[in-house]
Design a protein around this ligand. Structure first.
Ligand SMILES: C[S@@+](CC[C@H](N)C(=O)[O-])C[C@H]1O[C@@H](n2cnc3c(N)ncnc32)[C@H](O)[C@@H]1O
Length: 313
């Protein structure tokens, strides 16, 4: 297990796993400002700016800094471009997943480990949709307070379920009003890599128990970077960061669980009453013209996630 993690660790938006929510929101903020943006997250910049988190990845997404990185090390710059494109493609994929789910009549949504995901505010939910967001208390509190203070209101009936997903979250979800008899659309995006393999299995077993016929689930799988390559990339980043005077506060890779025996999500779901499909993120990036040529590790298939979607049968 990573030395930075323990079975009952907690965090706020500035620390540990909480700060990874800032990192991915920063990528959405940068994407939103592109003229050819794949997605629009008008609240990402506001949330990142108010977070107070000192995340190296977030700073490195700043286009001015990316340009400096390009001048120092082409591989590190390609990696940053990849990271930004990947986040845009991932957000685009799961936005479409929710649009399809509500078009099919689903009105109950659960976003697991919602972090700074602003879908409950920015998507065009049909009347009568309830969006439950589960994350650690301080993370949810930061998001809802910051958005409320800036006059941003949810576009659905948004309900917070402030609990760790390693605790009895199904009970907390029911207490918040969740109806296990109604079909649900679930999402686990940017989560599985922060859970040990057994907690991942337990999570999907709990989701399955709460899923009425017609429910859907979607997930981004945990990547499995080859350790040696990861170490190489970390050293290069550190060198670049030192050269441009950025301080690394946390190694995100060290927050993840790299369990070799982790179940493949689509296989697990297919074996437990779901009909699942898996889409390689790399293929989705190519389809949307967002694959970055020259990205290090391109030949290391395990380094890239899949996007899994499934329907309860
Ligand atoms: C990389 S962020 C992803 C946030 C969001 N899903 C997105 O894509 O923007 C990881 C999030 O997972 C949450 N998280 C990780 N492990 C968790 C756990 N055991 N219980 C609750 N939340 C967890 C963190 O608090 C953080 O908000």
């Amino acid at each position: 297990m990573s030395s930075l993690r323990s079975h009952d660790d907690t965090w706020d938006i500035k620390t540990s796993v909480g700060s990874t929510a800032v990192m991915v929101a920063a990528a959405r903020a940068v994407e939103t400002e592109r003229p050819d943006a794949l997605i629009r997250d008008p609240y990402a910049k506001l949330l990142v700016g108010n977070s107070g988190a000192n995340v190296l990845w977030e700073k490195m997404l700043d286009p001015a800094i990316v340009a400096r990185v390009e001048a120092i090390d082409a591989d590190s710059a390609a990696h940053l471009h990849h990271m930004r494109s990947y986040q845009a493609v991932r957000t685009h994929f799961f936005d479409a997943y929710f649009n399809d789910a509500v078009a099919a009549g689903i009105r109950q949504v659960v976003i697991l480990a919602s972090g700074l995901d602003s879908r409950a505010y920015r998507l065009d939910w049909p009347a009568g949709t309830t969006v439950y967001e589960i994350d650690q208390p301080q993370v949810l509190e930061f998001k809802s307070t910051t958005l409320a203070e800036n006059g941003v209101t949810p576009s659905a009936d948004r309900r917070e379920v402030a609990i760790d997903l390693r605790q009895d979250w199904p009970a907390a979800l029911r207490e918040a009003g969740f109806d296990p008899g109604a079909p649900t659309a679930w999402l686990a995006e940017g989560l599985l890599m922060y859970l040990p393999a057994d907690a991942q299995d337990r999570l999907f077993a709990q989701i399955s128990e709460l899923s009425a016929p017609g429910s859907r689930v979607s997930a981004e799988t945990a990547p499995a970077h080859a350790e040696e390559r990861r170490q190489q990339m970390r050293e290069r980043f550190k060198k670049v960061a030192d050269e441009i005077g950025l301080e690394e506060t946390i190694d995100v890779g060290e927050l993840m669980y790299r369990d070799d025996d982790r179940a493949h999500v689509a296989d697990w779901l297919n074996d437990h009453g779901w009909r699942a499909q898996s889409q390689a993120a790399v293929d989705e990036m190519r389809r949307l013209n967002r694959w970055i040529e020259g990205v290090p590790f391109a030949d290391d298939k395990g380094a890239f996630s899949d996007f899994v979607t499934a329907e309860r049968v």
